[in-house]
Design a protein around this ligand. Structure first.
Ligand code: NDP
Ligand code: 2IT
Length: 446
């Protein structure tokens, strides 16, 4: 082994990429879990898997010039991180948000490698996006930006190479514009993006998949304690794609979601959301600058400006907004108030200290790379429908989603069962890693 200790290895990563703090955080979490397994494995050491797995295959950064409605010309940065393709073509979302930078996209692409491996499908890991802010932009401006972004991205992606999808700030509308421009430039109608409209190659259940899959994963976790969702109070953050469909499935299964949030604050509805209220949120949030505070006015409930929902009593907490949105103090507040299940719809929403707290408390804690894998899994199913040109029914896709989330869960249990509790962080990291590492070895030094 080249490194004397785990810390020496982690220091080497930090020193190389000193300004990429979210990437360090994601690497540290994975390395903590896999260190013993990787550093004691002769083959992994011989092939220097650890040094190789933390470096992306390639990082593409490009200029995105576009014109607003007043004919002003703007320039944003576009990115695509193609991280690892040992088990399949690069796959992962595109994020449009003003705080996007290389460190954030590298953390997301790195997480995606292990997440995609856990699904059991043949999907490598990638992520991309731009520091473009969709809030307050007209439809025409969004379209102009998506076209400009695809003018460069198209040469780096392809249905057998790299298949982007949505993430924060990128939904069905943006995927439509980007697909249109790809088709125009390449004169090819292929499944190069997922999350497409269902009339032109999109899979049924893909919009719902991350949120539904999250709740299916929670059910699996609860089954290990012979527990169920019936009557449970649930706090959620976010009010976008993931949070909306997680709420929908929670209600269907008899739980009571009581909070939603956005970057301005959160609402607390003690009577619980209903399907009708969720339909209202879907419509409200289809305009990206709309605020969740409107919900409080409409339904006459409390709105907490500038706050996050983790002070509200609950059995289950589902962070579904963004990275590092739940810190140690909030983690303590949650468990002190009786919360015993935390599952992450967002990517890396809990800080490192918050994660340690959940593990020390031995609660049911499902990290994002396992709990939110349903979205990319159904993207994989969309790709297979595009290849065969045979669309699957809603029920069929939903059943596949359940099956895949059960598989992700059982891999976590296989690698994370500590006897008296299941460490889902170790389970997800080791389970995701082993498949990628073994595949890298099979393919030699590439
Ligand atoms: P959306 O753009 O649909 O919604 C994002 C939500 O999170 C909005 O409510 C938004 O509030 C809030 N949010 C975004 N950034 C921040 C921030 N910096 N601080 C506080 N709140 C914030 O995105 P998704 O629902 O698709 O994504 C949510 C999370 O789920 C992300 O972490 C994403 O990576 C992850 N994820 C998404 C998948 C998918 O299929 N879409 C799959 C797997 C994971 P506001 O309106 O104020 O910006
Ligand atoms: O973080 C994620 O897994 C996603 N944004 C979904 C990626 C995908 O390719 O569907």
């Amino acid at each position: 082994m080249k490194y004397k200790s785990k810390q020496e290895f982690l220091d080497s990563v930090v020193n190389k990429y000193s300004d990429q703090k979210e990437f360090h955080q994601a690497v540290e979490e994975v390395i903590h879990s896999i260190w013993d397994n990787a550093s004691n494995n002769e083959e992994y050491c011989k092939f220097n898997i650890l040094d190789r797995i933390v470096v992306p295959d390639r990082t593409i950064i490009f200029r995105v010039p576009w014109m607003d409605d007043k004919n002003n010309v703007h320039v944003n940065l576009g990115y695509r991180i193609q991280f690892n393709s040992a088990i399949g073509p690069y796959k992962g979302g595109l994020r449009f948000h003003p705080n996007v930078n290389l460190g954030i996209l590298k953390f997301l692409a790195f997480e995606q490698v292990f997440k995609n491996s856990l699904t059991g499908l043949n999907l490598g890991g990638g992520k991309g996006g731009s520091n473009f802010d969709p809030k307050g932009k007209s439809d025409k401006e969004i379209m102009s930006f998506c076209y400009a972004f695809m003018n460069e991205l198209h040469r780096h992606i392809g249905r057998r190479t790299d298949i982007p999808a949505g993430d924060i700030g990128v939904g069905a509308k943006e995927i439509g514009y980007m697909f249109g421009q790809y088709k125009k430039i390449r004169n090819a109608f292929t499944g190069v993006l997922t999350g497409k409209g269902t009339k032109w190659g999109g899979s049924l259940i893909r919009p719902e998949a991350t949120g539904y899959g999250l709740v299916y994963f929670v059910l699996e976790m609860m089954k290990t304690r012979k527990d169920s969702l019936k009557g449970k109070t649930v706090t959620l953050s976010g009010s976008g794609n993931v949070a909306q469909f997680a709420c929908e499935k929670l209600i269907e299964l008899g739980a009571k979601p009581v909070t939603l949030s956005d970057s301005s604050g959160f609402i607390h509805d003690p009577n619980g959301l209903t399907q009708e209220k969720i339909e209202y949120v879907k419509k409200l949030k289809s305009v990206r600058s709309a605020r969740i505070s409107e919900y409080a006015k409409k339904y006459n409930v409390e709105y907490y400006k500038g706050k996050r929902p983790w002070s509200i009593q609950c059995d289950i907490a589902l962070p579904c907004a963004t990275e590092n949105e739940l810190n140690l103090d909030e983690a303590k507040q949650l468990t002190d108030n009786g919360c015993y299940v935390v599952a992450e719809g967002a990517n890396m929403p809990s800080t490192t200290n918050a994660v340690h707290h959940f593990i020390n408390q031995k609660i049911l804690y499902g990290p994002g790379k396992a709990a939110n894998a349903g979205g990319v899994a159904i993207s994989g199913i969309e790709m297979s429908q595009n290849s065969t040109r045979i669309p699957l029914s809603r029920d069929k896709v939903d059943n596949l989603l359940k099956e895949i989330m059960q598989r992700v869960h059982s891999t976590c249990v296989q690698y994370g069962d500590k006897g008296d509790f299941i460490n889902y962080v170790d389970g997800a990291n080791i389970g995701g890693f082993v498949r990628v590492a073994d595949s890298m070895i099979d393919q030699g030094i590439v």
